[in-house]
Ligand binder design. Structure first.
Ligand code: IMP
Ligand code: MG
Length: 177
């Protein structure tokens, strides 16, 4: 099935059933790993919103949730400067923080957010990302909980956007060149 968003054609890359299966596996792992910990989940807006909502319902231990909003991609497929738009409100010093991200491309946004979180002195910091592009330099960004690795293609859906369109699509689509 294909859809048209902003005049560009997209086709399904990852179906919602595959996503739910993966999200439930990730939730199980996180539940095991954080059983005796003081878990604070920080969702990276806006792209991480849908993933977060599904993931937290697969985590069977207590967790606090907060949001951080940093943006690099402005209104299109062009990368720009990274800026912090909204900071977290929950204190995280000496607590076990899990960052939840939709998508890691160059890793620049994650690196920026990670440094920012680390400056607040959490006890631990781990990363959970639904998708990583295979061109992401693996040396400097370790992803503790990863859903899918994809090629260097532009995607949309399940929280990720094309110029703010398509976040509500239940499946993940890839641009059809
Ligand atoms: P990075 O800083 O290059 O890793 O880019 C990360 C952010 O850029 C993601 O959280 C997305 O918001 C956005 N982004 C990167 N690639 C895509 C894409 O293929 N589709 C939609 N958004 C993307
Ligand atoms: Mg985005």
């Amino acid at each position: 099935m294909s859809v048209e968003i902003n005049g560009r054609k997209f086709r399904i890359l990852i179906e919602s059933s595959q996503i739910s299966k993966k999200v439930s596996e990730l939730g199980k792992k996180i539940t095991q790993d954080y059983r005796d910990k003081d878990l604070v989940i920080i969702c990276v807006l806006k792209g991480g919103l849908i993933f977060l909502a599904d993931l937290v319902r697969q985590i069977e231990i207590e967790a606090e949730i907060d949001f951080i909003w940093a943006s690099s991609y402005k209104d299109s497929m062009e990368a720009g400067e990274i800026e912090l738009l909204t900071d977290i409100r929950i204190p995280i010093e000496n607590r076990d923080v899990l960052l939840v991200e939709d998508l890691i491309d160059s890793g620049a946004t994650l690196d920026f957010i990670r440094q920012h979180i680390l400056s607040k002195h959490p006890k631990s910091l781990k990363i959970c990302a639904l998708i990583r592009k295979n061109k992401t330099p693996k040396a400097n960004i370790y992803i503790d909980y990863l859903g899918f690795e994809i090629g260097d293609k532009f995607i949309v859906g399940y929280g990720t956007d094309f110029a703010e369109h398509g976040r509500n699509l239940p499946d993940i689509y890839v641009i059809d060149n």
